[in-house]
Design a binder for this molecule. Sequence first.
Ligand code: BEZ
Length: 224
Amino acid sequence: MPGLLLGDVFPDFEAETTAGIIKLHEFLGDSWGILFSHPRDFTPVCTTELGRAARLCSKFSKRNVKMIALSIDCLEDHHAWSRDILAYNGEESVNCPLPFPIIADSKRELAVALGMLDPDERDKDGMPLTARCVFIIGPDKRLKLSLLYPATTGRNFSEILRVVDSLQLTANKQLATPADWQPGDSVMVPPNTSEEEAASLFHAGVYTKLLPSGKKYMRYTPQP
Ligand code: BEZ
């Protein structure tokens, strides 16, 4: 059975978190959302990831993105681990909460429902750990992007910021971004936009790179 597909309404689950009980859709409000899962508390790669996510949180907030993490341990562990993460980040005070909630999915209920388990990585009792999923949810509560990494590969949070920028250019400006695009580079006009529409939408001008086929599909415009 397929899991969540792009465009699906993201399940409106209720969960216990380090910031209290959260209902996902209410928590997100009109914002974008990123739900990212972790195999286990007090593990090295996860600690680097949550540390990096905490350092980047203001950049996500500036883009109107709310972050929420998930790990399959209890709240007490999450609170103790949060202090380790802040210390790993070199924070002077480790007794404040991380700038995003962590879901306590100790029974793995959400991990199973959202297809997050990594069958190749197991705990000491032989139970599968969560993989490193990233779900990016739009203000319409629909899934805009998902990434799935095994437990042994830490994610690149700068890449996650980059894809948020790309998704928001599509949502707000009807634009696409080419391979290896970085903010400030030219962006692309998607194939389903007619020449007339492109001319009326992109006032900075549209440059078409000509190719042997003669088809005019490589259309660039400066990033608005
Ligand atoms: C880690 O976060 O370091 C980790 C967790 C589970 C399996 C492998 C690595």
